[in-house]
Design a protein around this ligand. Structure first.
Ligand SMILES: [Zn+2]
Length: 191
């Protein structure tokens, strides 16, 4: 378990250093059987220590010291619905979240996983930390690996922490590309 917690810390640092979260935003978790290890509430993802990572059971009972992320129920809801999911990375990465605040949909671009639908799934805004958000995110994700939370951020899921993190990086990069495309398409040719 120590090794697994060390991986959450590594991935948290990487997510922060890549600019996918800032301040105290974002949360990351991984499942180990019936136990979920999750980043704490009200702490930056940068430079977490082993003691900061909180263990909870599937009913959200806290098994260690500390207080889990306020989105713990959203993570648990996804794990309960998706036995294949072993790790969840939730970010507010700027370009993807910019799309989440706009009326533009994000396309699923080539390069990571199968393209099942042309656009990434999204759900309407629910209050962060609420049961409504947990339920809506679980339903909205379905069998996809990315979910856009309108006016909020992004959820990426996978069978490993590393893959979920790489997916979050990929989604942000494709959002940036699509942002640049929208900008260029809005400029008149100067001839
Ligand atoms: Zn959030």
């Amino acid at each position: 378990m120590k090794k697994n917690i060390a991986e959450i810390i590594d991935v948290s640092n990487e997510v922060y250093e890549k600019g996918l979260v800032s301040g105290k935003a974002g949360n990351i978790s991984a499942r180990f059987g019936e136990v979920v290890a999750i980043t704490p509430t009200l702490k930056s993802l940068y430079n977490l220590s082993q003691e900061d990572i909180v263990l909870v059971d599937m009913d959200a009972n806290v098994l260690t010291k500390g207080k889990p992320s306020s989105e713990v129920n959203m993570h648990l809801e996804i794990y309960k619905r998706r036995p294949d999911v072993q790790a969840i990375v939730h970010t507010h990465s700027p370009y993807a979240t910019g799309f989440a605040f706009s009326n533009k949909k994000l396309k699923r671009l080539e390069g990571f996983g199968a393209i099942k639908s042309p656009y990434l799934s999204d759900i309407e805004y629910e209050k962060p930390g609420s049961d409504e958000l947990a339920k809506s995110a679980g339903e909205g994700l379905g069998d996809e690996d990315v979910l856009i939370l309108k006016n909020h951020g992004v959820i990426c899921v996978s069978d490993s922490l590393k893959e979920a993190m790489l997916l979050a990086v990929f989604v942000e990069e494709t959002a940036k590309t699509q942002f640049i495309t929208h900008m260029l398409n809005s400029v008149e040719d100067g001839d």
